[in-house]
Design a binder for this molecule. Sequence first.
Ligand code: ATP
Ligand code: MG
Length: 213
Amino acid sequence: MLDAARIPPLYQNASFENFVIPEDNPTAANALGFAFTNALNYTRAFPETEKPGLLFIGNPGTGKTHLAVATLRKLIQKGFDGLFYDYQNLLDNIRAGYDRESGSMDKEAYRSVLEAPVLLLDDLGAHRVTDWVDDTVTSIITYRCNFRRPLIATTNLVDPDAGFLMTERSLPGAPVRNTLAERIGMRARSRIFEMCKVVRMPAVEDYRVKRVR
Ligand SMILES: Nc1ncnc2c1ncn2[C@@H]1O[C@H](COP(=O)(O)OP(=O)(O)OP(=O)(O)O)[C@@H](O)[C@H]1O
Ligand SMILES: [Mg+2]
């Protein structure tokens, strides 16, 4: 079942057990511990959870994908089938399956994300917006929402209603970051909020950078 979930090699070992809570900064430790506990409690309650899914939101390198994979892994251990999909890769796969000449579509990727009992959609909105992206994402999210199929999503796009504000989004001079609504469309965003409990990642140091030091 773990193989079928297609967790990428980089996150093959990501679990709750090896998620480190920093000891040097008590405020960050508290906030990160809160995100960690939210995710762990979700796996314990599953499938009787408050909302069917989780949305991890916050800056790059704060451990969103790590915690999302840890969550998915626990649900698989509980016997639920899971599927990991990188958002950009998913859209590429769906698009590649579309045959212009015959107008038909190889719907395998599309169907698998509709039907997966638990779907992890990583890096939501990491793609430029087109009407096609908007329509495709909205239809996937709407379908899963209507059937209350669990969705675990991660994003580093800002969203005021998820407590991730514009003012925190970048350093002076850095490129402007888009909002979730701008990237996936208002309708998909609205449904994400309906079906996912928000797990806000605190402003901890980028773990990738920290590891290099
Ligand atoms: N608290 C942590 N303890 C242990 N490993 C961590 C922690 N936070 C992040 N990592 C590791 O650091 C790397 C980056 O974390 P991750 O990919 O989860 O970040 P992210 O928030 O998803 O970033 P992005 O927005 O760029 O996708 C991963 O290899 C992950 O396993
Ligand atoms: Mg990530």
